[in-house]
Ligand binder design. Structure first.
Ligand SMILES: [Zn+2]
Ligand SMILES: [Zn+2]
Length: 357
């Protein structure tokens, strides 16, 4: 992966050079709650903050952690403070573990870059991992489901219909291009599970309803303009699939030169995973990882995605595991190990202090 080949500092520098020239992103009026690459000047003050630090506007950063399910809101009439307290340290540790980052409990460069990355609007918390810790490939599974593991319950073989909103669409891409991108995206999942997706003209009765929306669109999950949150979709059997109309959606980076272009098929493939019942994975290479960089294309399901969805729906009779390499998905196991080690050491030192006192 690109970011793993170069140091986070160089990666950040490249991002700054890439995005600081964009007229859409250079405005100083971008609010702090829109956590985007362009906001590094504001984020710089958080660099290497750790427990005990007191940094102006840390409370704003805490809202981001609350937004994605890592931090509980303070009691009524109280706001987040600017103090990096124990609760926030715990939230940072859980964030780093869920995103497959090195577990430090500090706001290091890599963590801040991840926070600024464009991402899916679905929360990372409120779901649980598969209870079986090991697969037959002797590696830890990273995929996750939503609370209570919802899935579509239809006959087998299952057919689900999808339809595009008659009004809430974008005009920057042709309907043919949009249709083709979604057909490919559904096809990725179709090839591994016994489920068929059919486009329908009947939006009202379709199982999956797709639309592009600006800002607040009535479901309590407002979009935030260019980059930041790109899209969100709801768990089964809701079928609601919403994309941020403000993004520069692309189906071909050769014809779309924008530095903030987002690949439609990649985002569609990710969100279909949610519509079927998968939550976010901490495997960076997987389709169900929560973030996607501008001009990045990530449409091929990884073994982690496949195992997760097949555990819910079964296996497509034509599916073969041969094309998947064991090594492709397990690069994050080290992160989980570090978290376990950190917790063990914390417990050990707490016990030792208790004994000494
Ligand atoms: Zn997502
Ligand atoms: Zn929505």
């Amino acid at each position: 992966m690109f970011s793993s080949l170069i140091s986070p500092a160089i990666f950040l520098l490249i991002n700054l050079l890439l995005f600081s020239t964009s007229p859409c992103l250079s405005s100083p009026t971008i609010p702090m709650n829109s956590y985007k690459y362009s906001n590094w000047e504001k984020f710089e003050t958080f660099l290497d903050a750790r427990r005990g630090s007191n940094v102006t506007q840390m409370s704003e950063l805490k809202k981001y952690f609350h937004r994605f399910g890592y931090l509980i809101k303070p009691q009524e009439n109280q706001n987040f403070s600017d103090v990096f307290d124990a609760k926030f340290e715990h939230a940072v540790i859980r964030y780093q573990a869920r995103l497959g980052l090195p577990i430090t409990g500090t706001l290091n460069n890599q963590t801040l870059v991840q926070i600024m990355s464009p991402r899916c609007g679905v929360r990372d918390r409120h779901h649980h991992h598969n209870p079986k810790p090991k697969s037959r490939f002797h590696a830890t599974r990273k995929f996750a489901y939503f609370q209570d593991q919802p899935r579509w319950n239809r006959g087998v073989p299952m057919t689900l219909t999808y339809s595009f909103s008659p009004v809430d669409m974008i005009t920057s891409l042709s309907m043919t291009n949009i249709r083709d991108a979604f057909k490919r995206a559904f096809g990725h999942w179709e090839s591994v599970i016994p489920v068929t997706f059919i486009e329908s003209d009947d939006y009202g009765f379709a199982d999956i309803k797709i639309g592009f929306y600006n800002g607040d669109h009535g479901d309590g999950e407002a979009f935030d303009g260019v980059l930041g949150v790109l899209a969100h979709a709801f768990s089964p059997e809701s079928g609601r699939f919403h994309l941020d109309a403000a993004e520069t959606w692309a189906v071909d980076f050769e014809s779309e030169k924008s530095k903030v272009a987002i690949d439609l098929e990649s985002v569609a493939t990710h969100e279909i995973g949610h519509l079927l019942g998968l939550a976010h994975s901490s495997v960076k290479e997987s389709v169900m990882y929560p973030s996607l960089k501008p001009r990045e294309k990530k449409v091929d399901l990884k073994l982690d995605d496949v195992r997760g969805i097949q555990a819910l729906y079964g296996t497509n009779p034509n599916f073969t595991v041969g094309g998947f390499l064991e090594s492709e998905i397990y690069s994050n196991d080290a992160g989980a190990f570090h978290l376990r080690t950190l917790i063990l050491f914390s417990t050990f030192f707490a016990l030792m202090i208790g004994v000494i006192l």
